[in-house]
Design a protein around this ligand. Structure first.
Ligand code: SF4
Length: 367
C-alpha cells in the first residue's frame, strides 16, 4: 500500500515538473512516505531525518516532506513538528491527495506546512501514478479498516473502510492492460469487505473480481489482503471460476492459539481458520496459500506458541511472513499485561522459522 502510494506521490511530483534524481544530495524535494505498523519502521524515519539534516543545512532551499501513516498519528505528528523543525511539510493519510497544494503553499509562503486531518474524507479519484514497473501494477480498491485487531495501528491512522466505486477501478485496470500491463494486484487492508457503490446499490468483492475477469486482454489479477472472517464462499468461488484470477490467497492467521486469537480480536478460532484452508484447497485446486504469524503477543504462553507451531505444520503455507509482536502505542495490545521478553520472542521466532522451513522442504519434495 505504502509503495503504491509512493507511486502516486511521484506522479504528483511529475505533474509539478520534477524529475527523479539518483541521489538525495541532487534532490530539490525529498518525501519520506512513512509506515508505522511496526516500531522499527518508525525509528528508521527518525534516523533518516537525522541523515537529511546536514543536506538541508548545505542547501536551505531543499524541501523535506514527511507523510503517510506515521505522520497521521497525533503523537508522531507532534514529534515531527517540534523535534524536526527543518522538515518543511508534514501531512497524514487523510490529506494525502493535497500534496501538490502543500508544495505550492510552501513555495509561495516559505513557511512550514503542517497539516493533519482527524477523519478520512470520501475517496479521491484521479491523480497520475508514476509506476515503477510497466508489466505489474497495484490498484487500490479500498482504504482503511474496521476490524480493530488489538495489536494493529492501521484503523487509527487509515480510518474507517472506504471503497472506491467499481467503475473507476475497472477503467484504471482496462487502461493499464491496454498499455501492456500483465499483472494487476488489487490492494486494500481487507479486500474481502470491499463494497463499492453503484447506482445506489453495493457491489461486493466477488462481483468486482468477476467484472475484472471479464475485461479484455491477457492479464492476471491477484489481491491482498484477506481477513479470514471475511473471506466468503462467493469469493472462493469467484477465484476458482475466473481464469484471470491468480490461484493464490494471502490469509494472515497470526496465531494458532484460540486464547491469543481472542485477545487479538481476530474473530475466528484456529479450527475455523484450518477449516477455511480446507475449503479453499477443495474448491481451488493448487491454490497457493500464504500467511502471517505474530509471535510473542502479550500473554502468549508456551502452550499457546505450541498451538501456533501446530497450526503452521497443518496449514502448509507456501510462504509465511513471520514477525515478533511490536507494541504500537494507542492500541489495546499496548495496554495488555504479561509482555513477552525479547529473548523469548526471538527464540520463538527462530523456532517458527525452522518449522516453516521444514514445511516448505516437504512441499517442494512432493512437487
Ligand atoms: S484486519 Fe489487518 S489492517 Fe485491519 S486491524 Fe486487523 S491487522 Fe490491522
Amino acid at each position: 500500500m505504502n509503495e503504491h502510494e509512493s507511486e502516486k506521490l511521484a506522479g504528483f511530483l511529475t505533474e509539478e515538473n520534477y524529475e527523479a534524481t539518483e541521489s538525495s544530495a541532487a534532490a530539490d524535494v525529498i518525501v519520506l512516505n512513512t509506515c508505522c505498523v511496526r516500531a522499527g519502521a518508525e525509528n528508521k524515519v527518525y534516523s533518516r531525518l537525522g541523515v537529511l539534516q546536514p543536506l538541508k543545512r548545505l542547501k536551505p532551499s531543499l524541501i523535506i516532506a514527511v507523510c503517510g501513516c506515521m505522520a497521521q498519528n497525533a503523537e508522531a505528528f507532534e514529534t515531527l513538528k517540534t523535534r524536526f523543525p527543518y522538515v518543511d511539510i508534514v501531512f497524514g493519510t487523510h490529506n494525502f491527495d493535497k500534496f501538490r497544494e502543500f508544495l505550492k503553499r510552501r513555495a509561495e509562503t516559505g513557511g512550514r506546512v503542517l497539516e493533519r486531518e482527524e477523519e478520512g474524507g470520501p475517496v479521491c479519484e484521479g491523480g497520475v501514478y508514476r509506476r515503477a514497473d510497466k508489466n505489474r501494477a497495484y490498484v487500490n480498491i479500498m482504504y482503511g479498516c474496521d476490524n480493530f485487531c488489538s495489536y494493529c495501528i492501521v484503523p487509527y491512522v487509515r480510518g474507517r473502510e472506504r471503497s472506491r466505486r467499481p467503475e473507476p477501478i475497472l477503467q484504471e485496470i482496462a487502461e493499464l492492460t491496454a498499455r501492456g500491463c500483465r499483472e494487476i494486484t488489487l490492494l486494500g487492508q481487507n479486500v474481502n469487505s470491499y463494497r463499492g457503490e453503484e447506482n445506489g446499490a453495493a457491489v461486493g468483492f466477488p462481483e468486482l473480481l468477476r467484472r475484472i475477469d471479464g475485461l479484455p486482454g491477457a492479464f492476471e489479477v491477484a489481491f491482498m489482503t484477506s481477513h479470514p472472517k471475511d473471506l466468503s464462499a462467493e469469493t472462493i468461488a469467484a477465484v476458482a471460476e475466473c481464469p484471470k484470477v491468480k490461484k493464490e490467497i494471502h490469509l494472515p492467521a497470526q496465531s494458532g492459539s484460540d486464547a491469543v486469537l481472542a485477545a487479538m480480536n481476530r474473530n475466528y478460532t484456529a479450527a475455523e481458520y484450518l477449516a477455511l484452508l480446507d475449503r479453499i484447497r477443495a474448491e481451488i485446486p493448487n491454490c497457493a496459500v500464504s500467511g502471517d504469524i505474530i509471535v510473542g503477543f502479550p500473554g502468549e504462553s508456551e502452550s499457546d506458541f505450541a498451538a501456533t507451531l501446530d497450526l503452521v505444520k497443518r496449514a502448509r503455507f507456501s510462504n509465511l511472513f513471520m514477525f515478533m509482536f511490536s507494541e504500537r502505542p494507542g492500541t489495546p495490545a499496548a495496554r495488555m499485561p504479561d509482555k513477552i521478553p525479547i529473548a523469548v520472542k526471538k527464540r520463538r521466532l527462530n523456532e517458527l522459522i525452522a518449522i516453516q522451513r521444514e514445511v516448505v522442504n516437504r512441499l517442494n519434495k512432493r512437487e
